[in-house]
Design a protein around this ligand. Structure first.
Ligand code: DAK
Length: 258
């Protein structure tokens, strides 16, 4: 892969979008390589968390590639949108939590990529925004939907209608970023969170992710039904027996993901 790097450290994988000359902008090749990297990590049964970040000092991802999109026909735009949605959906559907380490500009498709992750941590240097209207288009990789669900309609409208960028502190204030870290602390912090998650029951974490994501689309009653089913299902797992036996024996649990 030319523009996407995949590293595995124990049970935690890191995917780096590595096209710093274009501030890691997403063109069809980058998106296809990202799809390939996600498929590789999805096939690894030992994986417990995935970190997603951008190469270089300046950007997480500065958006969809404007040079590539400039001459798009409507059909091209449709195909590009479908590819982007497929890749972002696959992050959301991944059976382990995905952590966005937003190290710089996360604009347009870059913010949308972060929004498809489960947890967003930002460097003090990060800037978020959905500036598509400045280019005469709208967010095309789920931004109108995921941002609205995360920060509410009013803030989503403000960001999307104005196209203005916000800094990391504001991103935390509006509930987009969970924490703001010194640049050199960003990846260590994300690795620490990933390592904590990696110690927990993997089937339980996967179910929690699934139920949270599915439940957001349902009524409270239906969401609670989903939770009840998932909770009961976990009692058919070895991990539940191990987790509770370990607690009672006052020893750390050794989960197998079974
Ligand atoms: N695409 C392509 N190249 C980009 C880029 C981008 N999004 N962002 C930066 N670059 C390139 C620059 O052109 C420049 O290339 P060279 O001139 O060196 O060849 C290089 O990266 C360095 O950028 P700058 O020289 O501009 O660096 P500065 O520090 O001066 O400025 C900046 C940094 C992030 C403020 C600036 O680069 C910038 O404003 N970039 C564009 C940000 C942006 O508007 N992003 C949103 C893109 S729109 C859809 C699907 C998806 C989308 C929409 C519709 N459909 C399916 C319909 C999504 C749209 C977007 O994401």
């Amino acid at each position: 892969m030319d523009f996407v790097k995949l590293e595995l450290d124990g049970s935690v994988a890191t995917i780096t979008i590595d096209r710093p000359k274009a501030l890691n902008a997403l063109n069809p090749q980058v998106l296809s390589e990202l799809a390939e990297a996600i498929a590789q990590v999805a096939a690894d049964p030992a994986l417990r968390a995935l970190i997603l970040t951008g190469a270089g000092e300046k950007a997480f991802v500065a958006g969809a590639d404007i040079a590539a999109m400039a001459a798009f026909s409507m059909e091209d735009a449709q195909a590009f949108g479908a590819l982007g949605h497929r890749v972002l959906d696959s992050l959301e559907a991944l059976g382990v939590p995905v952590i966005a380490a937003v190290n710089g500009f996360a604009l347009g498709g870059g913010s949308e990529l972060a929004l498809a992750c489960d947890l967003i941590y930002a460097s003090e240097k990060a800037k978020f925004g959905l500036p598509e209207v400045t280019l005469g288009v709208i967010p095309g990789f789920g931004g109108t939907q995921r941002l609205t669900r995360l920060v509410g309609r009013a803030r989503a409208r403000e960001l999307i209608f104005t196209g203005e960028l916000i800094d990391a502190a504001k991103a935390k204030e509006v509930g987009l970023a969970l924490e703001v870290l010194a640049p050199e602390q960003l990846l260590p912090h994300c690795r620490k969170v990933a390592a904590t998650i990696a110690k927990r029951g993997p089937l339980a974490v996967a179910k929690a992710k699934q139920v949270i994501n599915a439940g957001v689309e349902l009524s409270l009653v239906k969401g609670n039904e989903l939770e009840q089913r998932a909770f009961a299902d976990l009692f058919g797992s070895e991990d539940q027996k191990e987790g509770m036996a370990a607690f009672l024996a006052k020893r750390p649990a050794e989960f197998k993901g079974r």
